[in-house]
Design a protein. Structure first.
Length: 263
């Protein structure tokens, strides 16, 4: 791109000490070849018609053209891990990118520099250790005497304790004594049970109807209690097939809204 009219450059940039190309080539040869190359992007964002780059990664020899991407010019090079100096050739002039790291060489020239990190450590798969390694001998059909990974169940989130029935009524003036605080949205439509009681079973559920909240509380004598014995057998429709307490079906939101409009 834009190669017409560009003059050929011989050797390195002006002011480079004699033999800098040979030193760069020797450093490239001394780089560990067993390391995998790393894709590295060089970018020029300061305009120009024809943009090239060269540096110590190619012994300041070949001019590598950059491709235009929007308002920038970029090129992707496969470089070995190490530190490199490079410089751009923009419209036949040596230039460095002010928005990238720079360094001065032995002759005082300002070049851009880049450090390519070794990526093999990130690509290496860690060996599993401990209980979760891939040893096939650990798998068996025999049940262990004790489950070694068993943990206590997590505690309930603290916001689930903010229930309407756990707060006293509001004591503000001109407010009915039975008015409760608005519940948190996370507690809606949850079936909640009161603390264990030998005499009764208490369940509650809270629903939202537009801007109002309705909390229903179900209380039933515990099975085998004295109160349950005095009540006698329950009606046929008031008990589940298994003898447990059957909660009435909650009305849908549409039905609750229609009932509220009729009031």
């Amino acid at each position: 791109m834009g190669q017409g009219g560009s003059r050929e450059f011989e050797g390195g940039p002006e002011g480079f000490p004699p033999g800098s190309e040979r030193r760069s080539a020797r450093q490239a040869e001394e780089a560990p070849q067993e390391n995998a190359v790393v894709p590295t992007v060089l970018q020029w964002s300061q305009g120009g018609q024809s943009v090239y780059v060269t540096g110590s990664f190619n012994a300041w020899g070949e001019r590598i053209p950059l491709r235009r991407s929007g308002n920038d010019c970029v090129v992707c090079l496969n470089l070995l891990p190490g530190t490199y100096q490079y410089k751009f050739i923009v419209d036949n002039e040596w230039r460095f990118a002010a928005d990238q790291p720079t360094v001065r060489d032995e002759m005082g020239n300002i070049n851009n520099c880049i450090t390519v990190e070794d990526q093999t450590s990130f690509m290496r798969e860690e060996q599993p250790s401990g209980f979760f390694d891939n040893n096939q001998n650990l798998y068996t059909q025999a049940l262990p005497d004790e489950i070694t990974l068993a943990k206590e169940p997590p505690q309930a989130p603290s916001h689930l304790w903010c229930l309407p029935l756990n707060f006293p009524p509001l004591c503000e003036p001109h407010v009915a004594s039975w008015t409760l605080l608005p519940p948190l949205g996370v507690t809606l439509t949850h079936l909640l049970a009161a603390a264990a009681d030998r005499s009764t079973n208490t369940l509650s559920v809270t629903q939202r109807v537009r801007s109002k909240f309705v909390t229903m509380v179900f209380i039933k004598p515990a099975r085998g209690s004295a109160a349950d014995a005095r009540l006698g057998p329950a009606p046929a429709g008031g008990q589940a097939a298994g003898g447990g307490f059957a909660l009435p079906q909650l009305p849908s939101t549409a039905a609750a809204v229609a009932a509220q409009q009729q009031l």
